[in-house]
Design a protein around this ligand. Structure first.
Ligand SMILES: [Zn+2]
Ligand SMILES: [Zn+2]
Length: 187
């Protein structure tokens, strides 16, 4: 599958040239691809991702260093409140020239994770995906000390810190509790 030079995350390195040491800076914005992030915290599809890149020609290819900034939406894993945040994902990756015969030459297909240029084109999307996922917290929280939800009624405790139940809500539960108490006393 060849890269599409018009795809927003495909970069043309022609103007960089191949003389080692040659450098170019690139700043641009591209719409976020689908499913960027994890289920509970992700960059909304189509929202802008701002790239600040430095491209450097080296002997075996093009070294891409930079960062991507984007907005995040998600849900707090404790209270399910919507989270709005942003992310700065850093990355550095070497894209090896297609015709390079370095020691990292591909053996049989996809089991090497060496990134390759296709002609003058390189694909930023896999780079962006890895960098974003690595920068995300495993457990997104609306705030670090989010108290979560009331186990009895599901109320969001952060909204109501003094929340408590004097009486059990469910009368059947109250009955069970009574039995439990008697049982304890008999023991
Ligand atoms: Zn929360
Ligand atoms: Zn409650």
């Amino acid at each position: 599958m060849r890269l599409d030079p018009r795809a927003p995350l495909v970069l043309d390195t022609r103007e960089l040239g191949r003389r080692p040491g040659s450098q170019r800076r690139k700043s641009f914005s591209a719409p976020a691809p689908a499913d960027l992030g994890i289920e509970v915290l992700r960059v909304p599809e189509g929202s802008p991702v701002a790239f600040e890149l430095r491209l450097e020609a080296v002997m075996e290819g093009v070294l891409v260093t930079g960062e991507a900034r984007a907005a995040l939406v998600g849900e707090c894993v404790r209270c399910l409140e919507e989270i709005h945040d942003d992310i700065v994902a850093d990355f550095q990756e070497l894209f090896v020239y297609e015709d390079s015969d370095t020691a990292t030459a591909p053996q049989d297909g996809e089991d090497d994770d060496v990134k390759r240029l296709e002609g003058d084109l390189l694909d930023l999307e896999p780079l962006l995906r890895d960098a974003v996922v690595l920068s995300l917290p495993f457990q997104p929280l609306c705030r670090e000390d989010c108290p979560g939800l009331c186990t009895e009624c599901g109320a969001r405790l952060a909204d109501d810190p003094d929340h408590r139940h004097d009486e059990p809500i469910d009368p059947r539960w109250a009955k069970l509790q009574g039995i439990g108490l008697e049982h304890d006393q008999n023991d």
